[in-house]
Design a binder for this molecule. Structure first.
Ligand code: SF4
Length: 507
């Protein structure tokens, strides 16, 4: 890839810099980012080169300056990467707010999971934002640009296509976090979904590309999730759940059999209907998986995976008693968890990681005691090395719990103390920091008012920036009203807001 034959495209009609706001190794592991890069470069009229925080002004591919590009396309998956985005703009002397940029500045476009769930905290930085899946839409974005690259005309034209959100077409007034008035057309933005999932199969494109999964051919086998866990935004983000054709996956995997490992990617890998055939017919010897749901895994599958080199496995319990599993609609129980752990013993899988979430608004001290007891009980059953990963609940936009509050600091501190004291020393316990969750909540439930504070984060932390801008962080952290309009409610195409609201009110 690096220093390769890109010069033959010196005459491309449009040059696109694809920026990922984290280091290059992280960017290159993101299949969405790599797939967009691949699609753009498969066009004769388009040159795309990669940028990341360690290639901030000169491309990874050829060292070409960011100033040479007509379009800067930015892919954002995670909240805290936004701070790197601000640094990218400032480092390259590009005005952060779109209304301060001139006609001849590059067009700044964005896409990715973060922007699809709620772009509003940073929407004033973009000329155009793609809401939803990008594989087909990215070609329309380029075609429209080739039609007319005048920024104003381009924005007017593209705003008529499904999934393209042009923030400066809207005047929005807020009351606290809530939308009081919103003028602009179209009134809603419909999320973009790829029509035929088998037309594009996101996968690793080059063995030489640095990656957190070195020597592993990553391939997305399904998209979305058939479940509806109350805290999770995935069912809305990639609605509906789709899985890829077995033969198409096998074709691609087996063409890449020079890789020593293959990694199946998807939110619900164990729900892939032809999983056994996929494992049996994959010619790459070693197979790794992101995580399993415990409700539909058989010993047969675990045994096959063990034979194919799987040494560690992750599962999510999230909570630890029937009342809480019902509340978050996890659809698992203690028997399933114990049965799964026994199967991993029998299959001799050496490492097991179990995810938990604390800080749900309906959680009490007994629920924490049950988490401790469950971890300790499972550690007695499990013969390998057990890790418990404890995350703090973050109310994500477009999830059932999008209105719920972020937990109080003192209460979380007490619960973490209980867990640290109560869990057996044989178990490795990882706990996500309270502050990180707080920042993620603010950034994920933000509105346009927040953009002023975010713009200062190259010089100070977000809390100091909020103070400077006189913004109370609490408006993003406390429980939100179900009767008012949330900043991201104009996005349609995920799980319907009425369904989310009914479920929330009945928890
Ligand atoms: S937590 Fe996992 S199983 Fe539940 S909805 Fe999200 S992706 Fe699906």
């Amino acid at each position: 890839m690096k220093n390769s034959s890109f010069n033959i495209k010196r005459e491309a009609l449009v040059k696109i810099a694809l920026f990922y706001p984290n280091d290059f190794i992280t960017a290159a592991t993101n299949l969405g980012y790599i797939t967009i890069y691949n699609i753009l470069n498969s066009r004769k009229d388009t040159l795309c080169e990669l940028f990341a925080t360690d290639y901030i002004s000169k491309s990874y591919n050829t060292g070409r300056s960011i100033k040479d590009f007509d379009i800067i396309a930015i892919s954002i998956s995670f909240e805290t990467d936004i701070f790197n985005l601000v640094r990218f703009f400032k480092f390259n002397n590009i005005e952060l707010f779109s209304n301060k940029r001139g006609r001849f500045d590059p067009l700044i476009t964005g896409g990715g999971a973060y922007l699809t769930l709620n772009p509003e905290a940073i929407s004033p930085f973009f000329d155009v934002i793609l809401i939803g899946e990008g594989e087909q839409a990215i070609n329309e974005m380029v075609d429209e640009y080739l039609n007319n690259s005048n920024k104003d005309i381009y924005k007017e034209n593209i705003s008529k296509s499904k999934g393209f959100y042009v923030p400066d077409r809207y005047k929005i007034s807020y009351d606290d976090i809530y939308v009081e008035g919103r003028n602009g057309k179209p009134a809603v933005c419909r999320k973009r979904t790829v029509e035929n999932i088998d037309d594009y199969i996101p996968s690793t494109i080059n063995k030489l590309l640095p990656s957190h999964f070195k020597n592993t051919f990553l391939i997305e086998i399904s998209r979305g999730c058939p479940y509806r866990c109350a805290f999770c935004a995935t069912p809305s983000l990639n609605n509906p759940y789709r899985h890829r054709n077995l033969n198409k996956l096998l074709d691609l995997i087996n063409k890449n059999r020079s890789f020593p490992k293959v990694g199946f990617i998807g939110s619900a890998v164990s729900d892939y209907p032809d999983l056994i055939d996929l494992i049996d017919k994959t010619l790459i010897k070693t197979i790794t998986l992101s995580s399993f749901r415990v409700n539909n895994v058989t010993y047969n599958i675990l045994e096959k995976l063990k034979k194919r080199g799987l040494r560690s496995i992750s599962i999510a319990s999230e909570v630890a008693n029937e009342r809480m599993w019902n509340k978050i609609d996890k659809r698992i129980d203690r028997d399933m968890l114990e049965g799964f752990v026994k199967m991993t013993n029998k299959a001799m899988i050496e490492r097991l990681k179990i995810y938990f979430i604390i800080g749900f608004p309906f959680e009490n001290e007994n629920d924490i005691k049950d988490i401790i007891e469950l971890i300790n009980d499972l550690s007695h059953i499990y013969k390998g090395r057990l890790t418990a990963s404890i995350n703090i609940f973050i109310p994500k936009p477009q999830s059932i719990l999008q209105w719920a509050p972020y937990s109080d600091k003192e209460i979380i501190r007490k619960k973490i103390k209980m867990i640290k004291r109560g869990v057996s020393r044989d178990v490795i316990v990882n706990i996500l920091g309270y502050r990180t969750g707080e920042i993620e909540t603010i950034l994920s439930r933000g509105n346009r008012i927040l953009s002023e504070a975010i713009a200062l984060t190259d010089r100070m932390n977000i809390f100091d920036a909020l103070k400077v801008c006189n913004i109370n962080p609490d408006i993003f952290l406390r429980e939100l009203s179900v009767d008012k309009i949330l900043p991201w409610e104009f996005i349609k195409g995920g799980i319907d807001n009425i369904e989310l609201k009914n479920k929330y009110l009945n928890i």
